[in-house]
Design a protein around this ligand. Structure first.
Ligand SMILES: [Zn+2]
Length: 246
């Protein structure tokens, strides 16, 4: 039984089914040949994506298919300026911009920011759905993260123990008693590592490892440590049901 989520779904449904347009941009050769994927390839992933978003009364549809003719942008490097240039090359459309490239070097094969999503044809529907979760305003949640802190010390943060009501107050009762918090996090759509087991969207936030933004009061330097906290993955609390890429 998932009583609270059912209630939330009904609530969302009562407000309106939000159908969000996706404008797809597929990189092809500079002469217009050899697109990295077809609109049909992309559309084949949407039923799975939409099955997950039915949990919150949302769906996505492919509104337009476009090409970007550029040999240079077939392969992009994560974190490189060219990625920003690519995202800015496509003006805001009023929907979600998704740009398909052949390959991303140095990182996961999909990522999202306020300007849209860059992904490769190898991405599964689960990965596409996860990136759309970011576009809607949700964070990644992890079981364990190792990072170098402000004092240049390597720190590992890990979730331990079993799930409890204060670790997921709005969704308590959804999972079996005795489930470990780590196993539960693996079931979430916003689980940030690759081997998730399901694609649950929660109504509220969930305790786990998340990223924070900290400004050093003396130096003004901004850092992004991972810490144990209530991670903003709750769609009821944070989900934008009309996301628009900038
Ligand atoms: Zn993510």
């Amino acid at each position: 039984m998932r009583p609270l989520l059912v209630l939330c779904s009904q609530l969302f449904t009562a407000v309106a089914i939000a159908a969000v347009p996706i404008d797809l941009y597929v990189v092809c050769n500079s002469d217009g040949s050899n697109p990295v994927m077809t609109g049909t390839d992309f559309s084949s992933k949407l039923p799975t994506v939409n099955a997950y978003y039915a949990q919150v009364g949302m769906s996505f549809y492919l509104r337009t298919q476009n090409t970007i003719a550029s040999n240079e942008w077939r392969v992009v490097e994560y974190g490189n300026d060219e990625v920003d240039e690519l995202l800015e090359f496509v003006p805001a459309t009023g929907g979600v911009k998704m740009i398909a490239v052949e390959r991303v070097e140095g990182s996961p094969q999909a990522f999202a920011d306020e300007k849209g999503i860059v992904f490769t044809p190898s991405c599964s529907a689960d990965v596409i759905a996860h990136e759309l979760g970011h576009v809607c305003g949700l964070d990644d949640i992890y079981i364990q993260k190792t990072f170098t802190n402000d004092a240049n010390v390597e720190v590992t943060v890990t979730v331990n123990g079993v799930a409890s009501s204060n670790r997921m107050p709005l969704d308590w009762g959804r999972y079996e008693d005795g489930t470990s918090q780590a196993a539960l996090i693996e079931k979430l759509l916003m689980y940030g590592d690759v081997s998730g087991t399901e694609c649950d969207l929660t109504a509220g936030d969930v305790y786990g490892v998340g990223i924070s933004t900290v400004t050093n009061p003396v130096t003004g330097k901004v850092s992004y440590p991972y810490e144990l906290k209530m991670v903003p993955v709750g769609f009821w609390l944070h989900g934008n049901r009309s996301p628009q890429s900038q």
